[in-house]
Ligand binder design. Structure first.
Ligand code: HEC
Length: 265
C-alpha cells in the first residue's frame, strides 16, 4: 500500500477513483436492474417455435379476423371484449416476436412498429376507434410506417392474462381439428404459433405467483408448456398426428396443473 494522502493534491488524486468506485458499486447495478425489468427479453427464443414467415402469416390472419369482426357495429359490440381484445393483443405479441426473432432482419414487416400499432388499441375504444387502430396496423403491414423504435418491450405488457388465456383456449380446439388430419398447409401451424407467443406472455406474467416457491411452479409449468408447444409444432409441420397428440396432451396437462393452483375458476 503506497497510497499517501498529502494535502490537496492527494485528495485531488483520489477523487476520480472514489467516483469510479461509487459509480460501479451503486449506479451500474442499479442501471442493470432497472433495464432488466423494463426491457425484459422474451423468456424463450421466438425462433424456437416460429419462423419469420409463420409470424407474418399470423399477422395477416389476425388482421383478417379483425376486419370481419369490425365490419359492422353490431358484430363489434358482440365481440369487443373477446375476439377484438384477443386479436389486438396477439398482434402486439406477433410484432414483438418479429422484433426479437433471430432472423428479424429478414422480416418483411417492421416488428416494433406492428407491436406499437397494435398497442394503440385499448378496451375503452368504440367501433370507430378500433377501426382506426386496425388501420394503423395495416399501414405497418403495407410498409408505410418507417423509423426506429424501441426493440424490446416486456411481454406481460403486450396482452393481459385473461384474454391471453381465452385465446389459448380458442386455439386449443383449432389444434385438435388440425391434429385429426394434418395436410401440411401453412395455415395449420397458426394456432401453435399463437400458443408459443401467448406462452411467452404467460411466463412473463409470473406475478400471479407471489411467493418464491409459487414462482418456481409457475415457471416450471410455463417451461413445460413451452417445450410441448415446440414439439407439437414440429409434429404438425411433419404431419405426424400421433406424436402431435402426445405433445398436445402434455401441454394440456400443464393447463390443468397450473389452474389447480393459480386460477379460481
Ligand atoms: C402457468 C400457469 C397457467 C398455465 C400453464 C395455463 N393457465 Fe390458464 N389460467 C391461469 C391463470 C392464473 C388464470 C386466471 C386468470 C384470470 O382470471 O385473470 C387462468 C385462466 C384461464 C381461463 C379462464 C379465463 C376465465 O377466468 O374464465 C382459461 C379458459 C384458460 N386459463 C385456458 C388455458 C389453457 C387452454 C391452457 C393451456 C393450453 C392454460 N390456460 C394454461 C394460469 C395458467
Amino acid at each position: 500500500m503506497t497510497t499517501q494522502i498529502h494535502g490537496v493534491s492527494g485528495c485531488a488524486e483520489m477523487s476520480p477513483r472514489w467516483t469510479r468506485w461509487i459509480f460501479s458499486v451503486s449506479v451500474i447495478p442499479a442501471l442493470l436492474i432497472s433495464t432488466a425489468s423494463i426491457y425484459a427479453q422474451a423468456p424463450y427464443p421466438v425462433e424456437s417455435f416460429a419462423s419469420i414467415d409463420e409470424l407474418g402469416q399470423e399477422a395477416k390472419i389476425q388482421v383478417e379476423r379483425l376486419e370481419k369482426v369490425l365490419a359492422s357495429p353490431e358484430s363489434f359490440e358482440k365481440q369487443k371484449e373477446k375476439s377484438v381484445v384477443q386479436a389486438f393483443g396477439l398482434l402486439a405479441c406477433v410484432g414483438q416476436g418479429l422484433a426479437e426473432h433471430a432472423e428479424s432482419a429478414k422480416s418483411p414487416y417492421n416488428g416494433p412498429a406492428l407491436r406499437d400499432a397494435a398497442m394503440k388499441f385499448n378496451s375503452e375504444l368504440d367501433h370507430a376507434g378500433a377501426k382506426e387502430a386496425l388501420e394503423g396496423i395495416k399501414q405497418v403491414l403495407d410498409g408505410k410506417v418507417t423509423g426506429d423504435r424501441e426493440k424490446l418491450r416486456p411481454w406481460n405488457e403486450l396482452i393481459e392474462m385473461y384474454p391471453a388465456m381465452e385465446e389459448m383456449n380458442t386455439r386449443n380446439s383449432e389444434i385438435l381439428k388440425v391434429l385429426k388430419r394434418p395436410r401440411g398447409n401453412p395455415e395449420e401451424i397458426s394456432p401453435v404459433v399463437a400458443w408459443g407467443l401467448l406462452g411467452l406472455a404467460m411466463r412473463a406474467n409470473s406475478d400471479y405467483a407471489s411467493e418464491d416457491d409459487e414462482q418456481a411452479k409457475w415457471n416450471g409449468w410455463s417451461d413445460e408448456f413451452h417445450q410441448a408447444t415446440i414439439k407439437l409444432g414440429e409434429s404438425i409441420r411433419a404431419k405426424e398426428k400421433e406424436t402431435g397428440r402426445t405433445w398436445f396432451d402434455k401441454a394440456s396437462a400443464t393447463c390443468e396443473a397450473c389452474h389447480k393452483v393459480f386460477s379460481s375458476n
